[in-house]
Ligand binder design. Sequence first.
Ligand code: DC
Length: 231
Amino acid sequence: MKRITIAIDGYSSCGKSTLAKALAIKLQYSFIDTGAMYRAVTLYLFEHKLIDTEGGIDEKNAIKALSKIYLSFIYNPSLKYAETYLNGENVEKKIRDIIISNSVSKVSAIKEVRTKLVSLQQKMGKEKGVVLDGRDIGTTVFPEAELKLFMTADEKIRIQRRLDEYTSKGEYITEDEVRKNISKRDYEDTHRKESPLLKANDAIILDNSDLDKQQQLDYVMRLINDLQLIK
Ligand code: DC
């Protein structure tokens, strides 16, 4: 059976990773969470005091520090996806903290950060049989991907899903904090100079406001079959 590249881009908190993980399990593909990479770089900069409490970045030294950042991904069989490691430490939990979410868009706008991470993503996905989720996969990382999805969902639903995610982890965060974070990131991600979030011309829009996890997976599997992408 033909193995393809699936690129999933879209706004924050639209369920991109949820869909990407489910597709990867169904097709026995690898899942590459590119947002986790930008988050891990942001965490490193925080821990090395290159981002201050107001979110200001010491860009010159941040760029210098990039050579000291080593990212790796180790498959966790109980979760059925690879977790992100920063210089040998599993940082899956730390990188989802709201502090990281509030600064990651600024870090991801730095050209040198993107160059490093895009090249890593291209290396990791070159054998195909991969599902990647992010903001620039269909436009920059794998413009030749056989299937490109651009995800969107009603803002209220996105906020609620993110709130539920925090609650399920036993973390408390206000609705207002989530709303501000989502709209700030969407603005910054779509307005940055370096490969902004943009729908690729050949991407299929998937609005999952009224779809649950199973329905969106079924929809994409039908699409793959109808378009005969893996025949
Ligand atoms: O998917 P996520 O919310 O974990 O991504 C975190 C941030 O990383 C997002 O706000 C923008 C940035 N990002 C990016 O610029 N390019 C990608 N391919 C993935 C994420």
